[in-house]
Design a protein. Structure first.
Length: 340
């Protein structure tokens, strides 16, 4: 009832503020937990464990302060307007992802009937900002990195979308909230109390989604667009200060959003057996957050484990392995839906 009494413009401002706050919080959380802690332990990197006293808690804040106080440099030959707008375009595409991700029965900015279609559509907008950054930098390494990124993101958009089709077929809806309810109200192996998390029936789709999401984030082993050994830093070569920080926030914010989408599609999202109504709204963000961290752990574990693909290997993996597998998964899901 309280939500109905709040004017629409005020509700819109509140929702916008919440989504805008999630992006830096999610980026800081993933950066701190995985980049500076878990992977530092796995690789025996002691530096991130020291600043700030207790387990190096100040390292990430120190990095943020460093980026903010650095001089904002724009190359003399660059297209200044396009160069300045590119990080914002990438960051806005990340912002738009959070609009349809539900964190509870009523905790969603907008429950669209085509929510997953919308999420996949806006996730591809980031490549426009990447191309803008590479072209406007007046740097051949930046341009090569942006062109690599465009080719890579186009190739891996297909398996990302096809992996989701199996979930949509099984749930019978493209609404992310509807997909959560389909898992919460379903049954598997004759057990209804546990629900039916699609991870059991869509394990192949989940693996394909993770691989494609890794490529969308241009993280190792799919980091050819920012290959430091070849392209210095790819499309980000000429960026410094807070503009470079925007790219960093967009990368980790998108990682958080894609992890949340994967948790929603395959792990039941905010739902927990026996939890409904207002209690689900209270516990939903905690449950979804735990599942997001689990998926993010897999993404960053892969990032720090495998070596970089060559460009031909990267393209072959998408066109010869992921896309055929996703098509097989769609046919199997459709047959299961019709005959079982």
């Amino acid at each position: 009832m309280l939500a109905l009494e709040i004017p629409y413009w005020q509700l819109t401002i509140i929702k916008t503020a919440v989504v805008l706050s999630i992006i830096p919080v999610g980026a800081l959380l993933l950066g701190y937990v995985f980049l500076l802690k878990m992977m530092a332990h796995m690789q025996s990197r002691m530096g991130p464990m020291e600043p700030g006293g207790f387990h190096g808690w100040f390292q990430l804040f120190g990095d943020a302060i460093k980026f903010i106080q650095k001089e904002d440099i724009i190359p003399s030959e660059a297209d200044r307007r396009v160069f300045a707008l590119a990080p914002l375009v990438v960051l806005v595409s990340t912002f738009l992802l959070y609009i349809v991700i539900p964190a509870g029965p009523r905790l969603v900015v907008q429950d669209l009937d085509v929510g997953i279609f919308y999420a996949l559509a806006v996730s591809s907008l980031g490549v426009i900002g990447v191309l803008m950054a590479g072209w406007a930098s007046a740097n051949k390494f930046a341009l090569m990195g942006s062109l690599r990124a465009a080719g890579q993101l186009i190739a891996y958009e297909l398996p990302l979308i096809l992996a989701v089709v199996g979930v949509v077929i099984q749930a019978g809806t493209m609404s992310l909230q509807g997909i959560v309810h389909a898992q919460a109200d379903g049954a598997i192996f004759g057990l209804s109390w546990f629900g039916n998390p699609f991870i059991f029936t869509q394990l192949i789709g989940f693996a394909i989604f993770l691989a494609a999401a890794q490529a969308e984030l241009t993280q190792t082993p799919f980091d050819m667009p920012v290959a430091e050994s070849e392209l210095v830093a790819g499309f980000m070569t000429e960026y410094s200060g807070f503009r470079f920080l925007f790219f960093f926030m967009a990368e980790f914010g998108t990682a958080f959003a894609l992890s949340a989408i994967a948790a929603t599609l395959y792990l039941g999202g905010w739902s927990l057996p026996g939890i409904e109504g207002t209690l689900a709204d209270i516990l939903g963000p905690v449950v979804l957050g735990a599942k997001v961290m689990l998926v993010a752990f897999l993404i960053f574990w892969i990032r720090f484990t495998f070596p970089r693909f060559r460009e031909d290997q990267l393209q072959a993996f998408a066109w010869k392995i992921l896309i055929p597998l996703s098509l097989v998964n769609i046919m199997a899901t459709a047959a299961f839906k019709v005959f079982v």
